[in-house]
Design a protein around this ligand. Structure first.
Ligand code: MEV
Length: 306
């Protein structure tokens, strides 16, 4: 018998880093870019294989399987689960959360069970702590529920209805960066320059709040301007890089409504909001400007069952 669970990648549209300090942020799922966990029955004790990580660093996977089994009241299980993921690691697209969510779903399904999203979300959040130290919880939430989310730490989840689908071009700088390290950088900056740093974080939160209404109205021009402003504020927190700034500029010159880095920063991806008719032009410009990969994602259209 084989069966599969999956979960999508995500982008942070507004508010990364500020969300760690209680300000609002908005994240979107990328339905076409996914992590999968495929189960095959066997009479051996449960093993989890991943093409991305050597066994020595696969602890978060084992921990996710263990805690899901414990949650379901099962001591031991048999079989083999293969993790496959199309999501680049250390690139701000939520690879760790997506892999954990896919794995949790598959562990439950191999036992003939289905996890409620709220339970899976809580389980994945525990594993996010192993990856990131002090995660806000936004990545696991958007990846598990697979819906646009307006997120404030420690508050009830708030899902967003987009007035119109969004066309986003996602472009990879090709530089890996660890969220744990960029989150630590902001913590240090906040300790050294509390007033300035808190003022910037507050402004980022204000942008996310404003963007919420624009998303519900479907005003892409305003949304784009807010994204570019958000990028400037992340730059002021030293979270960008010459490569990310170059990609943002290339997207804007090719006619994007707005562009910003997305996720932890200092590497990983930028996102550009575009008119769907311009997406090929913007993608081409990003590749010419040095992006390692660039693809378009239409957000707000119906997704398949995870
Ligand atoms: C990472 O996708 C988003 C950050 O705000 C960290 C977090 O919210 O846990 C940088």
């Amino acid at each position: 018998m084989t069966l599969t669970g999956s979960a999508p990648a995500k982008v942070i549209l507004f508010g990364e880093h500020a969300v760690v300090y209680g300000f609002p942020a908005i994240a979107l799922p990328l339905a076409d870019l996914r992590a999968y966990a495929e189960y095959q029955s066997s009479d051996q004790p449960l093993s989890i294989m991943s093409e991305h990580k050597p066994p020595a660093s696969s602890d978060p996977l084992a921990a996710m399987a263990r805690q899901t089994l414990r949650f379901l009241g099962v001591g031991q299980a048999r079989g083999r689960i293969q993790i496959r993921s199309d999501i680049p690691v250390a690139s701000g697209l939520g690879s760790g959360a997506a892999v954990s969510a896919a794995l949790g779903r598959t562990v439950a399904r191999m036992l003939g069970r289905e996890l409620a999203n709220a339970d899976l979300n809580a389980l994945v959040y525990e594993i996010e702590k192993l990856h990131h130290g002090t995660p806000s919880g936004i990545d696991n939430s958007v990846v598990v529920y697979e819906k646009p989310v307006y997120f404030v730490k420690d508050r009830r989840l708030d899902f967003l209805d987009l007035a119109t689908p969004l066309s986003l071009v996602v472009a990879d700088s090709g530089d890996a960066a660890l969220t744990r390290e960029t989150v630590a950088h902001v913590r240090v900056l906040r300790a050294k320059q509390p007033e300035r740093t808190n003022a910037i974080l507050r402004q980022i939160g204000g942008i996310a709040e404003c963007a919420r209404s624009q998303l519900e109205l479907g005003d892409s021009r305003q949304l784009g301007a807010l994204m570019t402003r958000n990028h400037e504020l992340l730059r002021a927190l030293e979270l960008s890089s010459p490569a990310l700034d170059g990609l943002v500029e290339a997207a804007m010159s090719a006619g994007a409504y707005g562009a910003k880095l997305s996720g932890g920063g200092r590497g990983g991806n930028i996102i550009a909001l575009v008119d769907a008719r311009r997406s090929a032009k913007v993608r081409g410009a990003l590749l010419r400007a040095g992006a390692a990969r660039a693809f378009t994602s239409a957000i707000g259209e119906k997704a398949a069952k995870p």
